[in-house]
Design a protein around this ligand. Sequence first.
Ligand code: NAP
Length: 293
Amino acid sequence: MALMRRTGDDKMAHLIDGKKWASKSRAETAQAVAALAQQGVIPGLTVVLVGDNPASKTYVRGKEKAATEVGIRSQVITLSEGTTQDALLSLVEQLNADQMVHGILVQLPLPAQISEQAVLAAIHPDKDVDGFHAQNAGALATGQPGFIPCTPLGVMKMLQYEGIQVAGMNAVVVGRSNIVGKPMAQLLLNANATVTICHSKTKDLADVTRRADLLVAAIGRGRYITRDMVKEGAIVIDVGMNRIDGKLCGDVDYESVSAVAASITPVPGGVGPMTIAMLLSNTVQAASLSAVR
Ligand code: NAP
């Protein structure tokens, strides 16, 4: 019998099903909501949307629906594109003082006349369910309790559900934004991975990514990570959400990379659903904290 020669194309990576894991996480959150209800606390989430950005509207609708489904009292406040920074800051102050509101999320991006930094700094750190306030970023960096940004938290939760131990792994994070790349790297470091962060000035990116046991792509460039940039047997997490010819795709070239990776997240259906699930979980955490204060 002739021996079959195995090529890299013979196998496909295990698909990490973000929808399945997000559903599990939401079920856990729904249980926590029910337990809080026994104590007379109904978690409340307020999402503030400024302007008419169609993608933002879609995200906000998704968040509201998911929150309602697990029993969170959710409200969306929509402000016009021309809203001033002062008006938004005074709304945030009002929400900070409202005891029914446990979590506040101001959907980004904001119109040009409003400083995102000023708005994020105004949200009370105890209600900062997005984890973007400097106090929460500092808490993450110094290993103290606080809110963790939903996307990287969702990645960690998904790895945990998959039974993947990151301790000792060479982890490479491509992207260093405050909302994804940096907290992702910090979480992996806290979980004892050896972490490298890459960015647009990294020299020979492929040389670095090829050394990754765990590769996280948070770049914002469609199908940028190709097969030649990935080590055989690596775990590949694709955070990217891009459109090429109107079609949603990640930062990873799924088709070619899934022939070399051991496990990979798809787009859509990977990190995205976990991000929303973590927003719900953070909101319940905020409500629980308010219950013991
Ligand atoms: P961002 O703020 O634009 O940051 C992108 C990062 O990628 C930057 O650090 C940038 O480096 C780096 N980068 C850009 N081009 C590069 C290149 N050629 N080589 C290496 N690094 C490069 O984006 P973000 O907010 O972190 O989001 C990243 C992606 O994730 C986007 O597609 C976004 O839509 C998606 N996202 C998805 C979710 C979800 O729930 N699935 C949530 C948030 C974001 P510099 O710092 O040097 O500029």
